[in-house]
Design a protein around this ligand. Structure first.
Ligand SMILES: [Fe+2]
Length: 557
């Protein structure tokens, strides 16, 4: 027995037709283009004996073969009370040759016919059992067969149209989903463009997000056509997905492709890059152009999914992303230059203050470093670490208004001299308060000499009334003051400094910051200290030298 395979595209239509026909008491067979009948119909297994009878099949197969030879088959009655009705299933979406279906209609009187008895017996059924089993099928009268033929034709057309609409809707749904992902990716890129202080984060997220919303095996961004572009972006080649080769090969190929390319920023799709593109693959290169300058490129390769050919959708999305990348890179480079200039100005200012006292040389830079180190260790994040760095740098800027003779005086200060020293936080606050970029560090300048127990200056704030930035800078300031030489005493050894910090936790210093601080790595700090103050010596407590009286209270003036 030959049983043909059915076109999978037609399956939804045929399956729906079978279900409806069975509900109408009409078993359905598929017919191959060469006239072979498909599997025996019968979701109801009790019918299989009758419908699968070799005799019934023998009656229907010649009709099926006859239909395969004509364009418009017509209903045939192979025996009295039995009608074979043809339907051509032509799924509109497939566009291919439609399936022919054979629908079996039985009349109420067929159970009395001789062929019914033979079919039942050859199917292994008692005649009376067979009559009971197929009773619900035997309700189609001969005069109604032409109308049934037409109705079944309309039904298959409608089903085919429904299936076609479902395919169209599925396509639209997929396109809408892709479109949403695209818009979402571009929206996220646009939204994160204002964080100019973290360009590496922006480009890493952008490349990953773009890769996730597109059907490429890998996607990369290259920034090294201008001297500081790679430094600002964080690396010269950022990528998501496995690259087809090492970075050197990719960069060399990219530079070769773009060497003579017009500065239009138009995407380039190529298949001829040895080592980067597989035999059937394509590589998209989107130059990132600002004005007439080539500042970078976006690359994507190994297109996957239903359509492995790079589409205009792909190139438009890459163009949009490249536009965001270029604008962000330009702004980030400008921001980096302004930031460098700003920090350079601050450094020059604080160096001038430190220079008033050779003993405090490099103090501001070390307090800046330590403050940012504490911020990171306390989990405050990179932005806060940056702000603490600036706060540490400018915390003593008010000393510019304190006489040098007072700042550098060896020995104990008079009350009047100490009163002058105590003015420097407020002087510093006044100097810096009109600089908008420093507004968030002003509390650290004003309050870095407050004490946890409220005995500090200038306002006598207590505990958490003292701004966190001020508590952090105050701790860094105290540590550096004890660790470096001063006019009135040499530097203290590290163990002694740490012991003093622990002793002062909860009186002068924040008791939650000190335990964390004493566990930090001071390697970089020690290198800063040794390069900045070659003149200092360390107080040797083992030789009986007097320890500084009240070191914590007096060192951090
Ligand atoms: Fe100070």
């Amino acid at each position: 027995m030959n049983i043909h395979r059915v076109d999978p595209v037609a399956l939804p239509t045929i399956a729906a037709l079978r279900t409806r026909c069975l509900e109408l008491g009409l078993p359905v067979w598929t017919v191959s283009p060469t006239g072979e009948l498909g599997p025996t119909p019968g979701d109801d297994v009790s019918l299989v004996g009758f419908l699968g009878s070799p005799t019934l099949r023998g009656l229907l197969e010649p009709i099926a073969r006859g239909w395969s030879a004509v364009d418009e088959p017509v209903p045939v009655s192979p025996a009295r009370g039995m009608y074979a009705i043809p339907i051509r299933a032509q799924p509109l979406a497939s566009g291919g040759r439609g399936e022919t279906l054979l629908v079996l209609a039985l009349s109420p009187s067929c159970v009395e016919e001789e062929w019914f008895e033979v079919v039942s017996m050859m199917g292994g059924l008692e005649v009376r059992s067979a009559q009971r089993l197929v009773e619900h099928l035997c309700r189609h009268r001969p005069e109604g067969i032409p109308a049934l033929h037409r109705a079944l034709g309309w039904m298959i057309d409608d089903l085919a149209r429904v299936c076609d609409d479902q395919v169209t809707i599925s396509g639209f749904t997929r396109q809408l989903t892709e479109g949403f992902e695209t818009i979402d990716a571009l929206y996220c890129l646009g939204r994160s463009m204002n964080v100019l202080s973290r360009p590496r984060e922006f480009f890493d997220n952008g490349v990953s997000r773009l890769h996730a919303s597109m059907s490429f095996g890998w996607l990369a961004a290259y920034f090294a056509f201008e001297p500081d572009a790679a430094a600002v972006a964080g690396d010269r080649l950022l990528h998501s997905g496995p690259l087809p080769g090492d970075a050197g090969t990719i960069v060399a190929a990219l530079r070769g492709m773009l060497a003579n390319a017009p500065r239009s920023g138009a995407p380039m799709v190529t298949t001829s890059v040895p080592g980067l593109v597989s035999d059937s693959g394509q590589l998209v290169v989107l130059p990132i152009v600002r004005g007439e300058r080539l500042v970078g490129a976006v690359l994507a390769g190994d297109k996957r999914g239903e359509d492995p050919i790079v589409s205009s959708y792909d190139t438009h999305l890459l163009e949009a992303a490249g536009g965001y990348f270029g604008a962000f890179l330009e702004n980030a480079m400008l921001y980096a230059r302004q930031q460098a200039m700003f920090m350079g100005t601050l450094s020059a200012l604080t160096s001038a203050i430190d220079a008033k006292d050779r003993y405090t040389c490099g103090h501001s830079s070390r307090v800046a470093y330590l403050s940012s180190l504490i911020a990171r260790a306390a989990g405050l994040g990179e932005d806060m670490a940056d702000r603490l760095n600036i706060c540490g740098l400018v915390h003593d800027v008010g000393k510019i208004g304190v006489p040098e003779a007072v700042l550098t005086k060896p020995g104990k200060l008079s009350d009047e001299e100490f009163a002058l020293i105590k003015m420097h936080p407020e002087i510093g606050h006044r100097i810096l308060r009109d600089i908008p970029m420093l507004s968030d560090v002003l509390p650290g300048v004003m309050h870095h000499h407050e004490r946890w127990d409220g005995r500090g200056y200038p306002h006598g704030l207590k505990g958490e009334q003292i701004p966190l930035v001020a508590r952090i800078v105050g701790l860094a300031d105290t540590f550096d003051a004890m660790s470096s030489s001063r006019a009135y005493r040499p530097a203290m050894p590290r163990e002694k400094v740490m012991a003093e910090l622990v002793r002062s936790a909860g009186t002068q210093l924040d008791p939650t910051l000190v335990p964390m601080f004493v566990t930090l790595d001071f390697g970089a700090y020690d290198r800063m200290l040794s390069s900045a103050a070659p003149q200092q010596s360390t107080l040797d407590l083992t030789q009986g030298s007097p320890a500084p009286s009240l070191p914590i209270d007096s060192v951090a003036a």
